[in-house]
Ligand binder design. Sequence first.
Ligand code: GCW
Length: 689
Amino acid sequence: MNQYDDCWLRYSCVVEGERLDSYRRWCTHAYVAETAPELNAVRDELRRALPELLGTDPHLWQHPPTTVEGFLAIGTPADMEMIAESVPVDVVHDLDDGGFLIRSVSWDGMDCLVVTAPTDRGLVYGTFHLLRLMQIGEPIEELSVREEPAYEHRVLNQWDTPFHRSVERGYGGESIFDWERLPDLRPRYEAYARLLASVGINGIVLNNVNTTKPSRASANDAFEAFEGWQLLESRRLEDLTGLASMFRRYGIRTYLSVNFASPMLVGGLDTADPENPDVRAWWREKVDEIYDLIPDFGGFLVKADSEGQPGPYDYDRDHVAGANAIAAALEPHGGRVWWRAFVYGSHEDRAVQAYETFEPLDGAFADNVTVQIKNGPVDFQPREPVSTLFGAMSETNLGLELQITGEYTGQGVHATYHLPMWKEVLEFDTYADGEDTPVRSLFEDDGAGIVGVGNVGEDHNWTGHYLAQANLYAFGRVVWSPDRSTEAITEEWIHQTFGTDEDVVDTVSEILQHSWEACIDYETGGLGLMHMMHNGEEYLENHYHPSPKEWPGYHGASEDGIGVDRTESGSGYAAQYPPPIADRYNSVRTCPEKYLLFFHHLPWEYELTDGTTVVQRLYDNCFAGVEEIERLRERWHGLDGAIDDRRYRHVAERFDEQLAHAKRWRTVLTSYFYEYSGVPDEQGRIRDE
Ligand code: GCW
């Protein structure tokens, strides 16, 4: 057994007969230029994949073979004359970095399949694309593929804490990075780079945004450093060079999360004031040192003045001053600061704060700063409305932060697929530039991008739950191409992960596509309530316990009703949207039901459009969510014998646990709603379980 699962890079052969013959004809011989590190990655991938996909060993050539019927050629037109002769070079050069062409051509009397791109990174993506087609069983005889990534930056954020080798909100085991043993490289790092590159991810932030232990109190409270574990220390940086080179082979740039107070924590200065000349000089020297070691270093991610991390407020400076000071050091090297907008604590309704803090700063951030905003205004809840900042900062490079890991969606135990949620976010019309400015259109300029908080760890299956691999896959694919449908991305993943048997594909696809709505229902009652879970007090404590009493401010339950008034008569959050959206949410009649109690505090017996009362809908949704999990679990049971036993049993067992959790959650929520409202369930279902 492998030390770890291959995820979607299993390379099982799914074709036979003529199709297999055609794969062999085009791909048994491969001519690959040898000019760049990325091309070694390409050759290695062909060596791994082709024997499985073709059932025969490939021949790798360093010149075009002349005595064969056909061959595969991978290179840039500049490096391979044969490619320059067989594809339109101007079309190749028009592609963005990462883009590629795959063309079936005839060259010197032979049938050739050409994978070409303007950059070496594009060749890596083109190779993975072709291998994916074969893994899925697609024809390759007459290919004419032209692909380009939608966004320049497609970045993974690891929340790995080197000090503990833990992963904050990670549910797949400890960090895959054996930090103490760096610079030694484990084979697993390359396996991870391959997974990421195969779905087009081109950046990785290696460590957690919490670079000091967060204090639970205000931002100005003293913070506690992870002694000896600031990655900006010279010895730690030196240890990272090998890892960064390995990622470079796969077109992935390395980034680090850094502490705003690094000039003090690492540099020994007595201030981190961004206007202080010594502080600025320290950042410059530190950044120069990094680029000497890692020439393609991507930049820094900073969580400042947020959950106890230090920041510019400690010196009465604003976020612009803080971000721009660090960005100035990176600018000569082409590096970037990703500055998070996750701030709360000074307002009763935390939803309003990020906009109030950042919107006035629009246009003032340096060009090499990207403001990184979580999809919703609260915190990766099962469902949130889209953050108001996306419609409000047209003069700033924006980054959308999505959560791949399931912090609030079942923590590696529940099967919850995030792609439908991300699609909902990406399609949301922000009106940032008038009607038809969906979220997905906001990251097309250089300097913008989409990042995902990763979900892998040391477990054999990487993600804790086998089906959670789909979230990592889908993140890369949707960020590469946000226009691709949920169905298409989901099927691709299933084909590569579980094979092409129709029943298996239908079953897994149905489970994945229905899982998110079910989770919303049993965890929240489905009308836009936030944070229905226990808020752990200890650092890293698992807060996955249903406890609606914990943070009443989030759901506003009282004897007279439930929900939080975020209209003009309440916190005013709705008014932060452009008028067409603000109007829609401000009015209880036009506010979509899925967000109703996020924006409105309503009587328990307020009648919804179909005549059902609010409290009854909450009950019904809680029950519907559990029933849906029962149904999806049954569907999974139908796969017994149709897929390998190991993965079958793993998911079946997790489904049992998920169902138990869902029932418990339902009981806690429905009893709570009943206790407050005094309104019994029309169907008499509420009782202690
Ligand atoms: O909600 C919180 C999470 C923290 C996380 C924080 C953030 C990394 O529970 O674990 O810290 O969000 O996004 O900064």
